[in-house]
Design a protein around this ligand. Structure first.
Ligand SMILES: Nc1ncnc2c1ncn2[C@@H]1O[C@H](COP(=O)(O)OP(=O)(O)O)[C@@H](O)[C@H]1O
Ligand SMILES: [Mg+2]
Length: 184
């Protein structure tokens, strides 16, 4: 798989971007950049009140020059050159599962609400479509499979040139007032 271009793995926090991207990088023998970790390492970002503050100019300068590899992160697309992006794989995860992962991460209620609302309302999908257009955007429901199987599906899509667009409709699955309370 030597064709040049960046594979971007995006999605809301805790949808599995890092674990899936790592597994995929092993399968296709390519470099994986978790963009926030990477920007911290090269001093293009810092941690402030538990949040990562990115220096936009520096980040665009470095990530914008990337030609290939796997790049993962919530806002990874903001910093990449869209012409160099071969494919985007957007990971989706049932908000009911995300809620538990956010508790494990000790997110406060405001942050939980913001992120669950984004997942319910397809915010990352809209961002991806705006950045690279519909042809390059794949949507993968990562709610029920092992990370290695999700990586395998992505690997197969890249290798065989087919698109993945799993249907997700979390809003239709809201069953209890509790789910609504967790939205903004
Ligand atoms: N498909 C999955 N099945 C079970 N657990 C998962 C899956 N994907 C991610 N996780 C777990 O959820 C947490 C968040 O995953 P991570 O890859 O760090 O998410 P992200 O990089 O999108 O923020 C981790 O503890 C990870 O092990
Ligand atoms: Mg991550």
């Amino acid at each position: 798989m030597s064709e040049k271009g960046i594979i971007a793995i995006v999605g809301c926090p805790a949808t599995g971007k890092s674990v899936v991207a790592r597994a995929l990088a092993e399968m296709i023998h390519t470099e994986h950049i978790d963009y926030s970790e990477y920007l911290l390492k090269i001093n293009a970002a810092r941690v402030h009140n538990d949040e990562i503050v990115i220096e936009d100019k520096k980040a665009k300068n470095v990530l914008g020059k990337l030609e290939e590899g796997i790049v993962s992160g919530v806002y990874a697309l903001d910093y990449l050159d869209s012409k160099k992006i071969k494919n985007v794989y957007l990971l989706r995860c049932n908000p009911k599962i995300l809620f538990y992962r956010y508790l494990v991460r000790n997110y406060d209620l405001e942050k939980i609400k913001n992120n669950l609302t984004s997942e319910y309302l397809d915010v990352c999908l809209k961002m991806a479509l705006e950045k690279v257009g519909p042809q390059k955007v794949n949507q993968v429901d990562a709610s029920n499979d092992e990370p290695s199987y999700i990586a395998l599906r992505i690997y197969s899509s890249i290798k065989n040139g087919f698109k993945i667009f799993d249907k997700v409709d979390w809003l239709s699955q809201i069953s209890r007032p509790f789910d609504l309370i967790l939205m903004k």
